[in-house]
Design a protein around this ligand. Structure first.
Ligand SMILES: Nc1nc2c(ncn2[C@@H]2O[C@H](COP(=O)(O)OP(=O)(O)OP(=O)(O)O)[C@@H](O)[C@H]2O)c(=O)[nH]1
Ligand SMILES: [Mg+2]
Length: 464
């Protein structure tokens, strides 16, 4: 049976065992429902770091900020519900404020959670949870299957938050899935036009940092403001930017030395200060400089410019990372969340009828191959398990650290045909079998090789 089915039947069995407990039943039902949903990703980080902006950029639509947790999930029609206390949620309208969508929470100022259904492509595969900055790790992670954690530099508070995410015994054995985001990438290079490339380099460095690497699966840099402006770029804004780009580079640079100069009276073009002010708010000074430079370089249609900005801002890479680490890993992430939930019930309301579930839970966590793969990734990245460098990179790839599709595991950067895949797979299998059987190798080396062998064996039926 697949992990997916095993965990589903455990949830059903628990519902039967706890049918006389309303509290356990409500909890288990909610988790059974959650089990069939898209992956839930919480977006967290300290105050004003740019969480809501990144969420908007991913959705491709702008919403006015709210003080509470806001869930964005897919839906055919835009709808919003407010949840407060134990009562039933009630529906509220979604209106417009300027160019933004605004959930009319009205008098309700202490919502526990606002749930927005929104017809966006991104939301077909994920539920995004925008979190308030004062939320504790427990609040953030309780409802999430995966975490996007925004930070500027890695600070102690950030590491503490990420550590808390891994602190539960089951979380420890099936590491949480986290992608760290160096946010506000445009501000990293002190206004230089190549700020975004510097930010990407810093992100790469953090990926290998001994303090950071064990706590997340990837680190990417994102200029959220620019990404959001790109995804929601309007025709009138694009026209205004083109007019700006028609100005000589040096002349424009000169007026971009400060916000005051840019919106001031002395501006050499007939463009309303309000229009300039609006561009500044949407793109930031750095953004205006970058966008006009790109238009001059030939990204002179709205489509070309948007595509270029999505890549440069890091939004493209962030989306890829979400796909590889979260969406493609849906099954194991959901299983992990459900097992954590089962564990809560089994501890809170222990009873003789639940003994089998307790042992099943331990067995699944210890032996399911998907969890073994996650543990091996974590152990290799944290340096708890050591392999020679060339084997380490291959082991990580094979157990799915860079994507779980067979071509990604086997290291193809193009679409290979079935014959090529099969050949690469058999080659890997034979070599790793030899590693697993190498009596001179240390124990952890052999155990790691056994997991890799099992992964390769699992891929075989795809190609025979
Ligand atoms: N320069 C720059 N400004 C940004 C960026 N992202 C967000 N901002 C600005 O920073 C401010 C805070 O952004 P939000 O997205 O609301 O940040 P948040 O983390 O959701 O804030 P809280 O929910 O209040 O904790 C806003 O004025 C944004 O316009 C960015 O990438 N670059
Ligand atoms: Mg916010």
């Amino acid at each position: 049976m697949t992990l997916d089915r095993v965990v589903w039947s455990m949830l059903q069995e628990a519902l039967a065992v706890y049918r006389d407990s309303p509290r356990a039943t409500a909890w288990l039902r909610a988790h059974a429902e959650r089990y069939t949903e898209p992956v839930r990703i919480a977006v967290a980080g300290r105050g004003r770091i740019g969480k809501s902006t990144v969420v908007n950029a991913l959705i491709g639509d702008e919403f006015t900020p709210q003080g509470s947790f806001v869930w964005y999930r897919g839906g055919t029609e835009p709808r919003a519900h407010v949840f407060t206390g134990p009562g039933r949620p009630h529906e509220v309208p979604i209106g417009r404020r300027g160019s933004r969508n605004h959930v009319e929470t009205g008098q309700i100022d202490r919502a526990d959670r606002v749930v927005v259904e929104w017809p966006a492509r991104t939301l077909r595969d994920v539920v995004l949870i925008d979190t308030p900055s004062e939320a504790s790790p427990e609040q953030v992670l309780g409802d999430a299957d995966a975490l996007l954690y925004l930070m500027r530099h890695v600070q102690d508070d950030d590491l503490k938050f990420l550590q808390a995410a891994n602190d539960h015994p089951i979380a420890r054995t099936a590491a949480v899935h986290t992608v760290a985001v160096l946010a506000r990438a445009d501000e990293i290079g002190a206004g230089r036009i190549d700020a975004l490339s510097s930010a990407k380099q810093i992100a790469r460095r953090y990926r290998r940092d001994v303090a950071v690497q064990p706590l997340c699966q990837n680190v990417v840099s994102v200029a959220g403001l620019l990404a959001m402006a790109a995804r929601t770029l309007r025709a009138d804004e694009f026209q205004a930017l083109r007019v700006l780009a028609s100005l000589g580079r040096e002349e424009l640079e000169d007026h971009l030395l400060s916000a005051d100069r840019f919106v001031g009276e002395q501006f050499p073009l007939a463009m309303e200060p309000a229009v300039r002010q609006a561009l500044l708010e949407r793109f930031g000074i750095f953004g205006v400089r970058l966008v006009t430079a790109l238009i001059r370089q030939g990204f002179d249609s709205q489509v070309k410019l948007t595509g270029q900005l999505v890549q440069r801002s890091g939004l493209g890479e962030l989306r890829d990372s979400i796909a590889v680490h979260f969406t493609e890993r849906r099954e194991v992430l959901k299983a992990r969340s459900a097992l954590l939930a089962l564990d809560v019930v089994l501890r809170m309301e222990p009873r003789p009828g639940a003994r089998k579930l307790v042992t099943d839970l331990e067995r699944v966590v210890a032996s399911a191959h998907d969890f073994r793969e996650l543990r091996l990734v974590a152990a290799l990245q944290a340096g708890r398990t050591k392999l020679p460098a060339e084997l380490q990179a291959e082991a990580l790839r094979l157990v799915g650290a860079e994507g779980t599709s067979p071509p990604a595991r086997l290291g193809f950067e193009y679409e290979p045909d079935a014959g090529e895949l099969r050949e690469a797979l058999l080659d890997a299998l034979v070599r790793w079998q030899a590693q697993a059987a190498d009596v001179h190798a240390p124990n952890d080396h052999r155990r790691a090789a056994q997991v890799v062998v099992r992964t390769c064996e699992g891929l075989l039926p795809h190609f025979s």
